[in-house]
Write a new protein. Structure first.
Lengths: 153, 153
DNA sequence: CCGAAATTTCAGAAATTTCTGAAGACTCAG
DNA sequence: CTGAGTCTTCAGAAATTTCTGAAATTTCGG
Protein backbone atom coordinates (compact mmCIF):
# COMPACT_ATOMS: atom_id res chain seq x y z
CA UNK A 1 0.00 0.00 0.00
CA UNK A 2 1.53 3.28 -1.08
CA UNK A 3 1.13 6.68 0.50
CA UNK A 4 -1.80 7.61 -1.67
CA UNK A 5 -3.73 4.58 -0.56
CA UNK A 6 -3.06 5.42 3.05
CA UNK A 7 -4.13 8.97 2.47
CA UNK A 8 -7.47 8.14 0.88
CA UNK A 9 -8.12 5.45 3.38
CA UNK A 10 -7.73 8.02 6.12
CA UNK A 11 -10.07 10.26 4.12
CA UNK A 12 -12.80 7.62 4.05
CA UNK A 13 -12.33 7.05 7.75
CA UNK A 14 -12.79 10.73 8.45
CA UNK A 15 -15.89 10.73 6.25
CA UNK A 16 -17.37 8.03 8.45
CA UNK A 17 -16.85 10.16 11.53
CA UNK A 18 -18.44 13.12 9.84
CA UNK A 19 -21.44 10.96 9.09
CA UNK A 20 -21.75 10.10 12.76
CA UNK A 21 -21.59 13.81 13.38
CA UNK A 22 -24.74 14.33 11.36
CA UNK A 23 -23.60 14.90 7.77
CA UNK A 24 -25.11 12.83 4.99
CA UNK A 25 -22.95 10.11 3.60
CA UNK A 26 -22.03 11.61 0.27
CA UNK A 27 -21.62 15.09 1.70
CA UNK A 28 -19.23 13.67 4.26
CA UNK A 29 -17.17 11.83 1.66
CA UNK A 30 -17.04 14.94 -0.49
CA UNK A 31 -15.88 17.07 2.41
CA UNK A 32 -13.16 14.52 3.06
CA UNK A 33 -11.92 14.98 -0.51
CA UNK A 34 -11.68 18.72 0.08
CA UNK A 35 -9.60 18.05 3.16
CA UNK A 36 -7.27 15.44 1.75
CA UNK A 37 -6.58 16.64 -1.76
CA UNK A 38 -3.11 18.00 -2.37
CA UNK A 39 -4.54 20.46 -4.87
CA UNK A 40 -5.58 23.95 -3.86
CA UNK A 41 -9.06 23.40 -5.32
CA UNK A 42 -11.08 20.67 -7.01
CA UNK A 43 -13.90 20.38 -9.52
CA UNK A 44 -17.09 18.35 -9.19
CA UNK A 45 -15.84 15.97 -11.85
CA UNK A 46 -12.64 15.29 -9.96
CA UNK A 47 -14.60 14.53 -6.83
CA UNK A 48 -16.86 12.10 -8.67
CA UNK A 49 -13.85 10.31 -10.07
CA UNK A 50 -12.07 10.16 -6.74
CA UNK A 51 -15.15 8.79 -4.94
CA UNK A 52 -16.22 6.59 -7.84
CA UNK A 53 -19.70 8.06 -7.53
CA UNK A 54 -22.15 9.49 -10.03
CA UNK A 55 -21.89 13.14 -10.98
CA UNK A 56 -25.46 13.56 -9.81
CA UNK A 57 -24.70 12.45 -6.28
CA UNK A 58 -21.66 14.74 -6.14
CA UNK A 59 -23.67 17.66 -7.44
CA UNK A 60 -26.13 17.27 -4.59
CA UNK A 61 -23.37 16.92 -2.02
CA UNK A 62 -21.51 19.99 -3.23
CA UNK A 63 -24.72 21.96 -3.19
CA UNK A 64 -25.41 21.08 0.43
CA UNK A 65 -21.83 21.82 1.52
CA UNK A 66 -22.08 25.19 -0.18
CA UNK A 67 -25.39 25.96 1.50
CA UNK A 68 -24.01 25.40 4.98
CA UNK A 69 -20.89 27.37 4.15
CA UNK A 70 -18.30 24.63 4.47
CA UNK A 71 -16.87 25.13 0.98
CA UNK A 72 -16.77 28.02 -1.46
CA UNK A 73 -16.80 28.46 -5.21
CA UNK A 74 -13.59 29.84 -6.65
CA UNK A 75 -13.49 32.19 -9.58
CA UNK A 76 -11.20 30.54 -12.10
CA UNK A 77 -10.92 32.58 -15.30
CA UNK A 78 -10.37 30.67 -18.49
CA UNK A 79 -11.82 27.43 -17.21
CA UNK A 80 -15.18 26.06 -18.06
CA UNK A 81 -15.40 24.08 -14.87
CA UNK A 82 -16.36 25.30 -11.43
CA UNK A 83 -13.65 25.05 -8.81
CA UNK A 84 -14.36 24.64 -5.11
CA UNK A 85 -12.29 24.61 -1.94
CA UNK A 86 -12.69 24.23 1.79
CA UNK A 87 -13.42 27.50 3.54
CA UNK A 88 -11.05 28.78 6.20
CA UNK A 89 -13.64 28.88 8.93
CA UNK A 90 -15.27 25.62 7.93
CA UNK A 91 -15.07 23.93 11.32
CA UNK A 92 -16.43 26.82 13.32
CA UNK A 93 -19.19 27.06 10.73
CA UNK A 94 -20.03 23.38 11.07
CA UNK A 95 -20.15 23.77 14.83
CA UNK A 96 -22.46 26.76 14.81
CA UNK A 97 -24.68 25.04 12.25
CA UNK A 98 -25.24 22.26 14.74
CA UNK A 99 -26.14 24.89 17.26
CA UNK A 100 -29.18 25.80 15.24
CA UNK A 101 -30.52 22.59 16.68
CA UNK A 102 -30.01 23.98 20.16
CA UNK A 103 -32.19 26.96 19.37
CA UNK A 104 -34.87 24.64 18.03
CA UNK A 105 -34.76 22.58 21.21
CA UNK A 106 -35.14 25.69 23.28
CA UNK A 107 -38.17 26.75 21.30
CA UNK A 108 -39.68 23.28 21.60
CA UNK A 109 -39.21 23.35 25.37
CA UNK A 110 -40.91 26.71 25.61
CA UNK A 111 -43.90 25.77 23.51
CA UNK A 112 -44.13 22.62 25.61
CA UNK A 113 -44.31 24.76 28.73
CA UNK A 114 -47.07 26.78 27.13
CA UNK A 115 -49.02 23.56 26.55
CA UNK A 116 -48.75 22.17 30.09
CA UNK A 117 -50.21 23.16 33.43
CA UNK A 118 -47.83 25.46 35.28
CA UNK A 119 -47.92 23.42 38.47
CA UNK A 120 -47.54 19.95 36.96
CA UNK A 121 -44.41 17.77 36.74
CA UNK A 122 -44.28 17.98 32.95
CA UNK A 123 -44.01 21.74 33.13
CA UNK A 124 -41.16 21.46 35.60
CA UNK A 125 -39.23 19.00 33.46
CA UNK A 126 -39.61 21.24 30.46
CA UNK A 127 -38.40 24.19 32.52
CA UNK A 128 -35.27 22.21 33.35
CA UNK A 129 -34.74 21.53 29.67
CA UNK A 130 -35.28 25.18 28.78
CA UNK A 131 -32.81 26.31 31.42
CA UNK A 132 -30.06 24.09 30.08
CA UNK A 133 -30.45 25.13 26.47
CA UNK A 134 -30.77 28.76 27.43
CA UNK A 135 -27.48 28.43 29.25
CA UNK A 136 -25.82 26.74 26.29
CA UNK A 137 -27.04 29.28 23.81
CA UNK A 138 -25.72 32.04 26.03
CA UNK A 139 -22.27 30.49 26.28
CA UNK A 140 -21.69 29.90 22.59
CA UNK A 141 -20.87 33.41 21.38
CA UNK A 142 -18.14 33.80 23.97
CA UNK A 143 -16.80 30.36 23.10
CA UNK A 144 -16.44 31.21 19.43
CA UNK A 145 -14.92 34.52 20.31
CA UNK A 146 -12.26 32.79 22.39
CA UNK A 147 -11.61 30.56 19.40
CA UNK A 148 -11.08 33.37 16.93
CA UNK A 149 -8.75 35.07 19.39
CA UNK A 150 -6.67 31.98 20.00
CA UNK A 151 -6.57 31.36 16.29
CA UNK A 152 -4.99 34.74 15.67
CA UNK A 153 -1.85 33.49 17.42
CA UNK B 1 -58.88 20.47 20.80
CA UNK B 2 -58.55 20.04 24.56
CA UNK B 3 -55.48 20.58 26.67
CA UNK B 4 -54.35 16.99 26.38
CA UNK B 5 -54.33 17.17 22.63
CA UNK B 6 -52.28 20.33 22.75
CA UNK B 7 -49.88 18.75 25.19
CA UNK B 8 -49.21 15.65 23.13
CA UNK B 9 -49.00 17.64 19.96
CA UNK B 10 -46.26 19.69 21.56
CA UNK B 11 -44.64 16.40 22.59
CA UNK B 12 -44.56 15.11 19.03
CA UNK B 13 -43.15 18.42 17.89
CA UNK B 14 -40.36 18.18 20.41
CA UNK B 15 -39.69 14.63 19.31
CA UNK B 16 -39.13 15.89 15.79
CA UNK B 17 -36.54 18.34 17.00
CA UNK B 18 -34.79 15.64 18.96
CA UNK B 19 -34.63 13.59 15.79
CA UNK B 20 -32.96 16.44 13.99
CA UNK B 21 -30.54 16.52 16.89
CA UNK B 22 -29.47 12.98 16.14
CA UNK B 23 -31.78 10.70 18.14
CA UNK B 24 -33.58 7.90 16.37
CA UNK B 25 -37.22 8.45 15.70
CA UNK B 26 -38.75 6.12 18.24
CA UNK B 27 -36.20 7.01 20.90
CA UNK B 28 -37.06 10.66 20.39
CA UNK B 29 -40.79 10.07 20.67
CA UNK B 30 -40.24 7.99 23.78
CA UNK B 31 -38.14 10.68 25.39
CA UNK B 32 -40.91 13.16 24.64
CA UNK B 33 -43.33 10.99 26.58
CA UNK B 34 -40.99 11.06 29.57
CA UNK B 35 -40.95 14.83 29.36
CA UNK B 36 -44.64 15.45 28.88
CA UNK B 37 -46.29 12.89 31.11
CA UNK B 38 -47.93 14.24 34.23
CA UNK B 39 -47.02 11.07 36.06
CA UNK B 40 -43.81 10.76 38.07
CA UNK B 41 -42.82 7.65 36.13
CA UNK B 42 -44.11 5.51 33.28
CA UNK B 43 -43.95 1.89 32.16
CA UNK B 44 -43.02 0.54 28.75
CA UNK B 45 -46.61 -0.50 28.19
CA UNK B 46 -47.90 2.99 28.86
CA UNK B 47 -45.45 4.43 26.39
CA UNK B 48 -46.49 1.99 23.70
CA UNK B 49 -50.13 2.89 24.24
CA UNK B 50 -49.47 6.61 24.21
CA UNK B 51 -47.41 6.43 21.01
CA UNK B 52 -49.60 3.79 19.42
CA UNK B 53 -46.49 1.78 18.66
CA UNK B 54 -45.56 -1.84 19.16
CA UNK B 55 -44.11 -2.96 22.47
CA UNK B 56 -41.08 -4.18 20.56
CA UNK B 57 -40.25 -0.76 19.19
CA UNK B 58 -40.68 0.78 22.63
CA UNK B 59 -38.49 -1.84 24.21
CA UNK B 60 -35.66 -0.96 21.86
CA UNK B 61 -36.12 2.76 22.38
CA UNK B 62 -36.11 2.46 26.18
CA UNK B 63 -33.01 0.33 26.00
CA UNK B 64 -31.13 2.94 24.01
CA UNK B 65 -32.27 5.80 26.25
CA UNK B 66 -31.10 3.83 29.25
CA UNK B 67 -27.74 3.13 27.67
CA UNK B 68 -26.98 6.79 27.08
CA UNK B 69 -28.16 7.69 30.55
CA UNK B 70 -31.16 9.84 29.66
CA UNK B 71 -33.63 7.82 31.71
CA UNK B 72 -33.36 5.52 34.71
CA UNK B 73 -35.16 2.47 35.99
CA UNK B 74 -37.07 3.00 39.20
CA UNK B 75 -37.34 0.40 41.89
CA UNK B 76 -41.06 -0.07 42.44
CA UNK B 77 -41.78 -2.78 45.01
CA UNK B 78 -44.94 -4.73 44.57
CA UNK B 79 -45.30 -4.02 40.87
CA UNK B 80 -44.64 -6.45 38.13
CA UNK B 81 -43.86 -3.75 35.62
CA UNK B 82 -40.67 -1.77 35.25
CA UNK B 83 -41.01 1.94 35.86
CA UNK B 84 -38.79 4.54 34.22
CA UNK B 85 -38.33 8.26 34.50
CA UNK B 86 -36.25 11.06 33.03
CA UNK B 87 -32.95 11.59 34.82
CA UNK B 88 -32.20 14.89 36.45
CA UNK B 89 -29.07 15.54 34.43
CA UNK B 90 -30.52 14.24 31.19
CA UNK B 91 -29.76 17.29 29.07
CA UNK B 92 -26.20 17.70 30.16
CA UNK B 93 -25.79 13.97 29.52
CA UNK B 94 -27.20 14.28 26.02
CA UNK B 95 -24.86 17.15 25.31
CA UNK B 96 -21.75 15.36 26.50
CA UNK B 97 -22.77 12.27 24.55
CA UNK B 98 -22.64 14.34 21.40
CA UNK B 99 -19.20 15.45 22.42
CA UNK B 100 -17.94 11.93 21.97
CA UNK B 101 -18.21 12.77 18.31
CA UNK B 102 -15.83 15.67 18.82
CA UNK B 103 -13.20 13.36 20.20
CA UNK B 104 -13.65 11.06 17.21
CA UNK B 105 -13.20 13.98 14.81
CA UNK B 106 -10.04 14.98 16.57
CA UNK B 107 -8.64 11.49 16.24
CA UNK B 108 -9.59 11.35 12.58
CA UNK B 109 -7.81 14.64 11.94
CA UNK B 110 -4.68 13.38 13.64
CA UNK B 111 -4.56 10.12 11.77
CA UNK B 112 -5.13 12.12 8.62
CA UNK B 113 -2.09 14.21 9.42
CA UNK B 114 -0.10 11.05 9.92
CA UNK B 115 -1.11 9.90 6.43
CA UNK B 116 -0.20 13.10 4.59
CA UNK B 117 3.08 14.81 3.71
CA UNK B 118 3.98 17.34 6.39
CA UNK B 119 4.56 20.13 3.91
CA UNK B 120 1.48 19.64 1.73
CA UNK B 121 -1.80 21.57 1.76
CA UNK B 122 -3.81 18.56 2.95
CA UNK B 123 -1.66 18.35 6.04
CA UNK B 124 -2.24 22.01 6.76
CA UNK B 125 -5.99 21.75 6.39
CA UNK B 126 -6.05 18.80 8.74
CA UNK B 127 -3.98 20.74 11.23
CA UNK B 128 -6.57 23.49 11.16
CA UNK B 129 -9.26 20.95 11.85
CA UNK B 130 -7.29 19.40 14.68
CA UNK B 131 -6.71 22.79 16.29
CA UNK B 132 -10.39 23.61 16.34
CA UNK B 133 -11.49 20.34 17.88
CA UNK B 134 -8.65 20.42 20.37
CA UNK B 135 -9.86 23.83 21.42
CA UNK B 136 -13.46 22.66 21.73
CA UNK B 137 -12.56 19.60 23.73
CA UNK B 138 -10.57 21.77 26.09
CA UNK B 139 -13.43 24.17 26.66
CA UNK B 140 -16.12 21.65 27.42
CA UNK B 141 -15.25 20.63 30.98
CA UNK B 142 -15.28 24.24 32.14
CA UNK B 143 -18.56 24.81 30.32
CA UNK B 144 -20.29 21.96 32.12
CA UNK B 145 -18.81 23.10 35.38
CA UNK B 146 -20.31 26.53 34.91
CA UNK B 147 -23.63 24.85 34.22
CA UNK B 148 -23.65 22.79 37.39
CA UNK B 149 -22.73 25.87 39.39
CA UNK B 150 -25.45 28.00 37.89
CA UNK B 151 -27.89 25.19 38.38
CA UNK B 152 -27.20 25.14 42.09
CA UNK B 153 -28.86 28.55 42.35
C1' DC C 1 -24.87 31.94 -32.61
C1' DC C 2 -23.05 27.04 -32.52
C1' DG C 3 -20.95 23.16 -30.44
C1' DA C 4 -18.30 20.97 -26.86
C1' DA C 5 -17.71 20.30 -22.05
C1' DA C 6 -19.46 20.35 -17.67
C1' DT C 7 -23.10 20.54 -14.27
C1' DT C 8 -27.86 20.09 -12.54
C1' DT C 9 -32.15 17.85 -12.21
C1' DC C 10 -35.15 14.07 -11.56
C1' DA C 11 -37.50 9.58 -11.93
C1' DG C 12 -36.76 5.15 -10.68
C1' DA C 13 -33.59 1.56 -8.38
C1' DA C 14 -31.00 0.14 -4.56
C1' DA C 15 -29.72 0.14 0.05
C1' DT C 16 -30.49 1.16 4.57
C1' DT C 17 -33.08 2.13 8.51
C1' DT C 18 -36.99 1.39 11.31
C1' DC C 19 -41.18 -0.88 12.77
C1' DT C 20 -44.38 -4.64 13.56
C1' DG C 21 -45.99 -8.96 15.18
C1' DA C 22 -45.36 -13.11 17.26
C1' DA C 23 -42.71 -16.33 19.87
C1' DG C 24 -40.00 -17.03 23.82
C1' DA C 25 -38.17 -15.60 28.43
C1' DC C 26 -38.67 -13.67 32.68
C1' DT C 27 -41.02 -12.26 37.15
C1' DC C 28 -43.96 -12.43 40.78
C1' DA C 29 -48.47 -13.59 43.18
C1' DG C 30 -50.94 -17.26 44.75
C1' DC D 1 -44.76 -24.91 41.29
C1' DT D 2 -47.90 -22.77 38.16
C1' DG D 3 -50.03 -19.28 35.48
C1' DA D 4 -50.97 -14.53 34.24
C1' DG D 5 -48.89 -10.51 32.95
C1' DT D 6 -45.01 -8.08 31.08
C1' DC D 7 -40.82 -7.53 28.66
C1' DT D 8 -37.24 -8.86 25.12
C1' DT D 9 -35.77 -10.66 20.87
C1' DC D 10 -35.80 -11.31 16.09
C1' DA D 11 -37.21 -12.31 11.32
C1' DG D 12 -39.59 -10.24 7.87
C1' DA D 13 -42.35 -6.04 6.14
C1' DA D 14 -42.69 -1.28 5.42
C1' DA D 15 -40.98 3.16 4.95
C1' DT D 16 -37.47 6.21 4.20
C1' DT D 17 -33.20 7.71 2.60
C1' DT D 18 -29.72 7.77 -0.81
C1' DC D 19 -27.70 6.80 -5.27
C1' DT D 20 -27.50 6.10 -10.22
C1' DG D 21 -28.13 7.09 -14.99
C1' DA D 22 -29.77 9.74 -18.49
C1' DA D 23 -31.85 13.79 -20.25
C1' DA D 24 -32.03 18.75 -19.93
C1' DT D 25 -29.63 22.95 -18.94
C1' DT D 26 -25.88 26.06 -18.59
C1' DT D 27 -21.50 28.10 -19.93
C1' DC D 28 -17.97 29.66 -22.70
C1' DG D 29 -14.62 29.39 -26.58
C1' DG D 30 -14.61 29.71 -31.39
Amino acid sequence: MDDNDKRWQAAEHLALRLTEGGLQRMAARTLAVFLFTEQPSVTAGEIAERLDASTGAVSGAVKSLLSVGLIERLPVPGSRREHYRLRDDAWATLFTAQNTVIGAMLEAAESGMAATAADGPAHQRLAGMRDFYTFLLGELPALLQRWSRQRAT
